[in-house]
Structure formats: C-alpha cells, structure tokens
Write a protein that binds this ligand. Structure first.
Ligand code: NG1
Length: 485
C-alpha cells in the first residue's frame, strides 16, 4: 500500500488496519487511538518528505526493560528482560538512488542521508543516525556486499525514553534494519537477526553483549525472556502471579556517547582481565585461555558457589595496577593493554586512578548470573511466594550493582529505597546504570498509589513532576516485526 492509501484507511478506521495496529498496541480505544494517530503522523511526514504515491512498509522494534541479570550478557552469562510497548516505528519505502534518507518525527533530530557502500563511514560520535548506519552496516557485513541494495527512505517515530537503560538504541537499530529488510523483500531468521544486530553495535563504540537486540527481536507478549548466549537461546518465562512492572526514571541521563560509554566499556575490560587472572591462577585446568567469564565457569563445570570461592581465593579486593596484572600474567604491560584493554570498537582503556577492580566485578557477574538462574527456576515453578522471592533477588541484584559493580548513583539508590518503602516487592536499577531507570515489581493494582508516592517523594521535590514521562507501567510486549508490507 502507499502512504496515501494507508492514511485513508486509517482515517476511515478500516477494520483490518485497526486489527493490525491493535494486535501490537492493544485493542482498547485508549491504546489504539494514540497508536493510530502516531502512525498517521508518520505516514503524513512520509508523503510530505518523500512521496505519498509509492508503496511503503511499516515496521517497529520495541525497547526493553531488564528484570534481572545486569552486565552479565557480555560475559556470556544469562539475562532476564522483557520487551516493552514503547518502541521505534519506521515508515519506509524504496528509493531510486543508492542512498538512505532518514527524517525523524522529533525535530530535535536533524534529517540525515548517507550513501550505501560496502563500508559506511560513521557520522561524528553521538550522531543519532549512527544507529541507522550501524544497522545498515551490520546487514551489509552479513551479506558481504552492498552493490545489490537500493536506497531507502525512512520516517522514524520513537517513544522509548532516551539514555534511560530502556534500549532506545537497540530499538532504533533493529527498526532501521527491519525497514531495510522489508523494503528489499528479504527476511532473516530471528536468532540470526538478533545476533547480527548485536555484533553491529561496535559501530557506535559499544562493547555490549546482545541482550537488548535479542529482547527487542524475540520479545513475547505477556512473557519475560530468559536469554542465554553462545549460542543465543531464549526461553519464555511468566512474571509472578498478580504482579506488574513499573519503571521509574531517575532523570539522570546515562548518555551512551559520553562518560557512561567509557564506564561501561571499562567494566567489560575489567571482566576480561579478571577472567585472564583466574585462568592464570589455575592454568592446568584448561588448555586455552577463556575469553569470557562464562567460559571460565563452564570449563571447570563448577557451580556458582565454588566459582565465587575461587574468585575470593585468587583475586584481591581494591584496585590492581597495570604492572601488577602484567606480572601475574607474565606479559609486558603493553601486551596487556593491547590484548585485554581494547574494545571491539578499538577503544583502549588503561588503568583508572583507583586501579582495575577485579574481585568485585567478577563477584557481581557470577552472583548475578546465579540470581538469573534462581529467578528462572523460581518463576517456572511459580510457588505462592514467587513475588516475594523474586523481589528479594531483584533487591540483592541492586545491592551487588551498587557495591561491587559501582554502576548506581545517589538518585537510583534513592529511587530504590523509596520504592521499597512504597511496598515494591523488588526494586533495582535496570540497564547499564550510571543514571537511567529503576525497575519495580509491584502487586497488581498497586501502581496508582505507588506512582503517587514516588511523585510526592522523588519527582515533586526535584520539580520534575511536571516534565512528565517519569514513570511507566509496562506489560511484556511482542518483539520487533513488520506491521504493514
Ligand atoms: P542499556 O541499558 O540499554 O544501555 C547496556 C547494554 C546491554 C547490557 C546492559 C547491562 C548496550 C547497547 N546495551 O544496556 O547489552 O550489557 O547495558 O546489563 O550497550
């Protein structure tokens, strides 16, 4: 269908069109009306900017909230997120030339355009269109050619709050990639699609682990997901009976182009060094050095408890200098820097002022992976007290993120304490940390009182209440897909 035809169908409330939209955003009028309005606005922009008379596709990709399993994914260890109804919607059509042209409904994002090529150079760091380029480059790398692609025009409409730990970046990337696929009448198997997109994010300087892309592509309505890596596997899991999820934004921006990116990448480097030191402490156990904490765990087929004991035995608390690490690994400091301290994107991280923290980081990752496994077992069995027990695991996760991984901040800590005071069964920071959001497990029906309390105690004193978009009630949403093709 053309943009003009789709607009007409929406205007006359065509039953089939409404059914498509309702399948994703909900069929009650309160959800359906704004979803149709948003789609109409995007189609209108497409007709105005490009053409109303050419066929278009409409695709979407959701953000996600991670329930438990923080900073485990890039260690090859499991996570438990769910996709959310906030998403990135793209109206796209084929272009005659070999360029990708994008315009965003939010005018804070300047229009962008770039040429399709085997290697696409990025815009400057922090440019929003780098996520579109990253998606495009990821597909081109997979196919190993760009010469058979035609250009694509895209209108982007996003509702995932930015720099919040809700994965607006994965939603952008995956929606753009789907637009590219759909306009070329191509498809990718979901697992391969999620993995391809996870690999492509080094384009924007991140060394992330693949949770966001997997959650956005593979999300299931009504279910959280337990995701394992290497190879990527997904198992659906229900939330505890009679509970719901509310996300609170601290209003501290965790900008991926700035300090938060460096802090994130430094944690990746610290985990890699910890893995190397643990391996060096008991070299006879494995022939080749493991690259990830998950491999170090698997090699010895040790349980989590034993692994935690090993960490305590072989690593010391507090900072390590580069010289100390080099000595323990019997390598030159420069070799350590070149081999262990460089991210996939080629950024190098030397020792910070307080040194590399290894015991604390490894202890968080292993104990957090154990909490994911415990949560999964619990939620599968679903005893009457699942909400309280899962909540306790979420609380323990926050404490470990705060004390051992040092990714919290005063605002997130305060939100978590207030949430527990307001009766949340569990409350923790979610996503990369350093700002962004908390995720809270509440009893069904408790959301209005909870939100009121948080408003009075956190948002109003900071004069943030009027800004809106502070708290969100989320049900697990369906994953990325084509709405109209
Ligand atoms: P968010 O919160 O979306 O920035 C980041 C990583 C994830 C994961 C979490 C921490 C990106 C794109 N995503 O998520 O892969 O490592 O932090 O659990 O960097």
């Amino acid at each position: 269908m053309t943009a003009a035809e789709l607009m007409q169908a929406l205007a006359r409330r065509d039953a089939q069109i409404l059914a498509h939209v309702g399948e994703i955003y909900g069929t009650d009028e309160a959800a359906l009306a704004p979803a149709c309005e948003r789609l109409f606005v995007a189609l209108h922009r497409y007709a105005d900017t490009f053409s109303g008379d050419q066929p278009v596709v409409v695709v979407r990709a959701p953000g996600r909230v991670n329930l438990i399993g923080e900073h485990t994914d890039y260690n090859g260890l499991p996570v438990m997120p769910m996709a959310i109804t906030r998403d990135v919607l793209v109206v796209a059509g084929a272009a005659a030339d070999a360029r990708v042209q994008v315009t965003n409904i939010d005018r804070n994002y300047a229009d962008r355009s770039f040429a399709l090529a085997r290697h696409i150079p990025p815009f400057s760091t922090g440019d929003w269109c780098n996520y579109i380029k990253s998606a495009t480059q990821g597909l081109i790398d997979l196919w190993d050619r760009a010469d058979d692609l035609h250009g694509v025009n895209m209108v982007i409409s996003g509702t995932v709050p930015l720099a919040s730990g809700l994965s607006s970046s994965a939603a952008f990337t995956i929606a753009a990639a789907l637009a590219l696929l759909a306009t070329h009448r191509r498809t990718l198997a979901p697992l391969l699609f999620a993995e391809t997109m996870a690999h492509s994010d080094h384009y924007v300087g991140m060394a992330s682990g693949g949770m966001d892309q997997a959650a956005s592509v593979l999300g299931l309505a009504g279910k959280a997901l337990k995701i394992d890596f290497h190879p990527l596997r997904v198992q659906p899991v229900a939330l505890p009976h009679d509970t719901l999820i509310v996300v609170c934004h601290s209003r501290v921006r965790a900008a991926k182009a700035g300090n938060a990116r460096d802090e994130y990448n430094r944690r990746v480097v610290e985990c890699r060094i910890a893995t190397a030191l643990l391996h060096a402490a008991a070299p006879a156990r494995a022939a080749t050095a493991p690259a990830l904490l998950s491999e170090w765990l698997a090699r010895d087929t040790r349980g989590f408890d034993d692994a935690l004991q090993q960490i305590q035995a072989h690593l010391h608390p507090g900072g390590y200098t580069l010289a100390e690490i080099a000595h323990a690994l019997q390598l030159a400091p420069d070799t350590v820097l070149r081999t262990l301290c460089v991210t996939k994107a080629g950024l190098q991280y030397g020792a910070p002022a307080h040194g590399f923290k290894l015991l604390e980081r490894a202890r968080h990752v292993i104990s957090e992976a154990r909490r994911v496994e415990q949560s999964f077992t619990l939620l599968q069995a679903m005893p009457a007290e699942a909400a309280a027990q899962f909540g306790a695991l979420m609380n323990a996760s926050h404490e470990s993120c705060r004390a051992d991984y040092e990714i919290s901040c005063t605002e997130l800590d305060e939100l978590v304490l207030l949430a527990r005071e307001a009766g949340a069964a569990g409350a923790r920071l979610t996503g990369a940390g350093f700002g962004g959001c908390t995720v809270n497990l509440l009893r069904a029906g408790a959301a209005p009182d909870f939100m009121r309390f948080m408003n009075e105690r956190y948002y109003e004193p900071r004069e943030l209440a009027r800004a809106g978009d502070n708290q969100f009630e989320f049900a697990p949403a369906t994953g990325a897909g084509v709405i109209f093709a």
